[in-house]
Design a binder for this molecule. Sequence first.
Ligand code: MG
Length: 264
Amino acid sequence: MSGVTGSNGTSTTDGTVRGVLFDIDDTLVDTARAFAAGLAEAFGTLTELTPQAQADAVRIWRADAGGHYRRYVAGEVGIVEQRRARVLEITRHLGLDDLDDDGFAAWDEAYRAAFAASWALFDDAHACVAAAVDAGLAVGAVTNAPGEMQRAKIAAVGLADVLGSLVAVDTLGVGKPDPRVFHEGCRLIGTEPSATVYVGDELDVDALAAVEAGLRGVWLDRPGRRRGGPHAVSDERLAEARAAGVAVIASLRELPEVWGSART
Ligand SMILES: [Mg+2]
């Protein structure tokens, strides 16, 4: 992209990327795998799960057809409350009795311990973050999960030294797709939105929302990792997003091409 001159005659951008903001869950960290471990452990305390039942639990959890997590991000329900609502959908699918307060508390303890014990990076994540740092780019993260958990997660996967700049859902009290969280991420790493790449695994709340906030939005569409239910991406929706400026990659190995190509 060549340099752009604003209508007032001042240079607004030379097209160079100065920073990269990363989504965390299912972008850097294989959260779906950690969910599977947490759900298997917690539901395993209630019943003997068949492989099919385990797969169903993960599918229902990730699809979140009831929109409970998005209601949490919007500040409408608490994080434990949204988790309990999603557990209820799965217990009913599995034909189990609804959990009372004590039953849910025990479920939640088992879930959270197994979930946290399973945090790990995708095999392309560390090299991508390191490449950004080596390229002299400022890096940070913008996430729709609570800051305390995300800082623990970042530390657990060995990225605490480079991802200290974090905007979590409780930083401003709102989450993606609100443009303010992307702008706060840029402020923390000291870049203009137009000179900042944002990469995430959800087309709407990550890539398209980043573009709408003035960043360079990238959708990480990992093979076999799309979520179902209300998160399904139609061809038409994808075409609209591309037309709006969203770049699409299948692996974080492709991300350096995105920031590199913006320099020419
Ligand atoms: Mg994500």
